[in-house]
Design a binder for this molecule. Structure first.
Ligand code: NAD
Length: 487
């Protein structure tokens, strides 16, 4: 690929580098180039450089050098925060361009890409404000003449690997706390969505970080991701993606240098509707919580559990809401295309399985004839023996499951290996308290769905992940505890 391209995306002309960013320089990659397509039009946008083994080595060396010399312990927290605030302002000044790139690369309607960008800015500013508020403590050790000080120090060189569903938000959630903590970074975007990170790195150059503090390597999981997970001089790996790859990364970390690992993985989240709920509201939240980003979000409430007394009414209300959902890329669309042909075929295959297992209420096919759009699809009469109720589909497919009482609702909700999110719709306060306590999930929403905030920790229990992003926990992931014990 050329070193830089100018592309037309969403009516905008955007110029950005396509190379690797190592030690403060744009350099050619020596791996096989990656092609980036717009999944809504199936057209090629551009090809980008990727790293080979030697490029990875150079990036790790640059990150190590920066960590030990110009960055990290040598730059005060307030300065690290100032740089992040400045970066957020620069991104904001170029917001429309980043939004256009993310929308084209990921097949999202512009308003949704804009939403991701606003959430990303909020996370960057949140951690900018935290950079000078990292605190240790002292310990009483039984002798008034002695003292023990506990410091929080940056972990070191971190590798960060993200998926394609929120290319900018996942990037912000990773880089902001790591830079606030003083870590140096090697960042790897998903192979389907490499563009926004390239443009954002170009913007980052205007901020003035020491060279090597941030390095960007595009490439596949196998060629770039795995060597990062196995590298002996990387101190931590932060990963968002599928449970299968997360498990593999954890194994790579264990068999190399026991680098620290945080994992944000998949889900099959339950959304429980009790008879006392406001059913119209519950139907709206259930639709919102499932069809956002075409169902390609780890937190989607893909299992909708409904009490038998209200089952028929709820299904009919829900289908009415779903049938109003607008699919496409126009400004009024609620969701866009799936990310790729692979994902499109996978989702359509699950829909065919669903048609055999349960009752199709609406949707069930491709939307339009160009781009990887799928109709919002609803299955009723689903139970937990069905494949569509057990596996993460990552598409706009709802499974509505009937339960007879609270105990059974909790048991069905927890009948999964995942534990990312859940929701309870009820106006009965004691039921709300009982059920939220028993659900095994990192987040339980009550009478709403998919509401996130930078100050609120996010992540999964069980096989949905290890550790939390956002909130104070998000920066803790990038800090080690050091004890200084005086004689
Ligand atoms: P994926 O696991 O296939 O890929 C994610 C990233 O891992 C990509 O950058 C990929 O290149 C890399 N990768 C792939 N194989 C690798 C390997 N062997 N070693 C190192 N890196 C490797 O996931 P995906 O299909 O891109 O994304 C969808 C998945 O991500 C879903 O399961 C979804 O639930 C999950 N997800 C979770 C969250 C969360 O916060 N919990 C958020 C978004 C997506």
């Amino acid at each position: 690929p050329s070193a830089q391209v100018t592309v037309q995306v969403e009516g905008k002309s955007v110029t950005f580098p396509t190379q690797l960013y190592i030690n403060g320089e744009w350099v050619n990659g020596h791996g096989t180039p990656l092609k980036s397509f717009n999944p809504a039009t199936e057209e090629l946008i551009t090809a980008v450089h990727t790293a080979d083994e030697n490029d990875i080595e150079l990036a790790v060396q640059a990150a190590r050098e920066a960590f030990e010399t110009t960055w990290s312990l040598n730059v005060a927290g307030a300065e690290r925060g100032r740089l992040l605030y400045k970066f957020a302002d620069i991104i904001e000044a170029n917001l429309d361009t980043v939004v256009a790139l993310e929308a084209a690369d990921g097949g999202k309607p512009l308003q949704w890409a804009r939403g991701d960008l606003m959430a990303s800015l909020a996370a960057i500013r949140y951690y900018a404000g935290m950079a000078d508020k990292i605190q240790g403590f002292t310990c009483e050790v039984g002798d008034p003449s002695k003292s023990v000080t506990v410091r929080k120090e940056p972990i070191g060189v971190v590798a960060q690997i993200v998926p394609w569903n929120f290319p900018v938000m996942m990037w912000a959630w990773k880089i902001a706390p790591a830079l606030a903590a003083g870590c140096s970074i090697i960042f790897k975007p998903a192979e389907n969505t490499p563009l926004a990170a390239l443009y954002l790195t170009k913007l980052m150059e205007q901020v003035g970080w020491p060279k090597g503090a941030f390095n960007l390597l595009n490439g596949t999981g196998k060629v770039v991701g795995e060597p990062l997970a196995l590298h002996m001089d990387i101190d931590k790996i932060a990963f968002t993606g599928s449970t299968a790859v997360g498990r593999h990364i954890s194994a790579c970390a264990a068999k190399s240098n026991l680098k620290r690992v945080t994992l944000e993985l998949g889900g099959k989240s339950p959304n429980i509707v009790f008879p006392s709920a406001n059913l119209q509201e519950a139907a709206k939240w259930a639709a919102f919580g499932l069809f956002e980003t075409s169902g390609q979000s780890c937190i989607v409430g893909s299992r909708i559990l409904v009490h038998e007394d209200i089952y028929e009414n709820f299904v009919s209300d829900f289908v009415k809401v779903v049938e109003k959902i607008r699919v496409g890329k126009d400004p009024k669309a609620f969701y866009g295309s799936l990310i790729s042909k692979v994902q499109f075929d996978k989702v359509l295959n699950y829909i065919e399985i669903g048609k055999k297992e349960s009752k199709l209420e609406t949707g069930g096919a491709r939307h339009g004839d160009k781009g990887y759009f799928v109709q919002p699809t609803v299955f009723s009469n689903v139970n937990m023996t069905h494949q569509i109720a057990r596996e993460e589909i990552f598409g706009p497919v709802a499974s509505i499951i009937k339960f007879k009482d609270e105990k059974e609702a909790i048991s069905i909700a927890n009948d999964t290996t995942y534990g990312l999110a859940a929701a309870v719709h009820t106006l009965d306060a004691s039921q709300m308290a009982r059920v939220t306590r028993r659900l095994r999930a990192g987040t339980v929403w009550v009478n709403q769905y998919s509401v996130l905030h930078p100050n609120v920790p996010f992540g999964g229990v069980r096989q949905s992940g290890v550790g939390r992003e956002l909130g104070p926990n998000g920066i803790e992931n990038y800090l080690e505890t050091k004890v200084k014990a005086d004689d």
